[in-house]
Design a protein around this ligand. Structure first.
Ligand SMILES: [Zn+2]
Length: 380
């Protein structure tokens, strides 16, 4: 058996700020001379002018390829072929988590370097050395791990301010899970996604992310609604993207993300963002671990104000959907899942019970605080 080690992984450089996209060429140039940009048509319409101007100034050619909806095995293989065909030496994923994950996975297969340029703060995937691979229908297939993180993560907070507010809200849901999961992994002395034990650093970054979100999330949401960049928005973007990214990768995942992965198998929840489903996973984890009542109350109140789902109803399910909940729980507890980083054994039955329990718990807390009742989500 190998000697246990503690480890931290991180991107080589992180760049954040208003109009940061106008300097993307300057930061990509030291990494590669023949970049391949991966962006869907909507994202490309938003960033093309700034990227062209910046790449021209840096002496970089502009070669762009489109992208579909999910980082599927086929999308990754197609991109890998495109990298080889164009003889690119760095692949730049622009847009949401899936375009970025596909860029990472194809960059790894083609043995070139990769860069993440998220245009919203909707997940913590961009900083990590892993990709989440989905089916065409958006069902979780697998995590793919790479030996290193992106050489650059660049995020323009003005683009974040101009993106739909639900992207930021989803990113807050993804990032709130990070401390809850790292804390559980710490209690279990579990390995992290970085392939070793936790460091104090990984845990502290996860906790800082949690604190920044509680202090700034509501202001940051108001900022995006007004399409302006404020210090509160800058802090939440850093929490959602960098701190949560480092925190989950080097702090450890546990039940919340495993339950999220299980929920991707429920057709009723299709169309919801990663962070929305993760938030249901987080409240379920708190129930599963028997967290103190005041902690659960704070979490439900806060996430309701933020606009995140914390009931089954809001992800299209009811307590009577036992077969679906059983399938979700079985997927969440397969042997390879991070739910086994919890400090106690977790069965599918316990996950079903926790998911059923959150409906009544969240409803009664929301009612006691005069917060709105959950509305049923309907998948398209
Ligand atoms: Zn996540």
């Amino acid at each position: 058996m190998a000697t246990p080690i503690s480890t931290v992984m991180s991107p080589a450089r992180y760049v954040q700020g208003k109009d940061a996209i106008t300097r993307v060429g300057e930061f990509v140039a030291p990494i590669g001379k023949r970049p391949l940009l991966v962006a869907d048509d909507v994202v490309w319409g938003i960033v093309e002018d700034a990227v062209r101007t910046s790449f021209d100034a840096a002496g970089l050619p502009v070669e762009r390829v489109g992208f579909g909806r999910f980082a599927t095995p086929q999308a990754i293989d197609d991109l890998t072929a495109k990298i080889r065909e164009t003889d690119s030496d760095v692949v730049v994923g622009l847009g949401g988590g899936s375009a970025i994950d596909a860029a990472k996975a194809s960059g790894h297969l083609a043995a070139i370097r990769w860069v993440s340029v998220p245009t919203a703060a909707s997940t913590d995937a961009p900083t990590s050395a892993l990709a989440v691979v989905y089916s065409e229908e958006g069902e979780f297939i697998e995590y793919r791990f790479f030996p290193h993180n992106p050489d650059l993560v660049l995020i323009d907070t003005k683009l974040v301010a101009n993106a739909p507010v639900q992207f930021l809200v989803a990113g807050i849901g993804d990032a709130l899970a990070t401390w809850v999961e790292a804390r559980a992994a710490k209690r279990a002395n579990a390995d992290t996604m970085a392939g070793g034990l936790q460091t104090e650093t990984g845990v502290a970054l996860a906790e800082l992310s949690w604190r920044l979100l509680h202090e700034n999330a509501l202001q940051a949401i108001a900022s995006v609604e007004a399409k302006v960049v404020t210090p509160a928005l800058e802090k939440v973007v850093e929490a959602n993207t960098l701190l949560s990214g480092l925190g989950f990768e080097s702090g450890g995942l546990a039940a919340a993300h495993a339950i999220h992965n299980g929920l991707t198998a429920a057709p009723q929840a299709h169309g919801l963002a990663h962070g929305q489903k993760v938030n249901v996973g987080t409240i379920a984890q708190l129930v599963l671990e028997g967290a103190p009542a005041d902690e659960i109350e704070d979490f439900v109140v806060f996430t309701t104000k933020v606009g995140l789902p914390n009931t089954l109803t809001e992800i299209g399910l009811t307590v009577d959907d036992r077969d679906v909940l059983q399938a979700v729980a079985e997927a969440a507890t397969v042997e390879s899942e991070t739910i086994h980083n919890m400090p106690f054994p977790v069965t599918a039955e316990a996950v079903v019970d926790a998911l059923v329990a959150i409906e009544g718990i969240s409803r009664s807390i929301r009612a006691a605080h005069g917060l709105p009742e959950p509305e049923l989500y309907r998948a398209h």
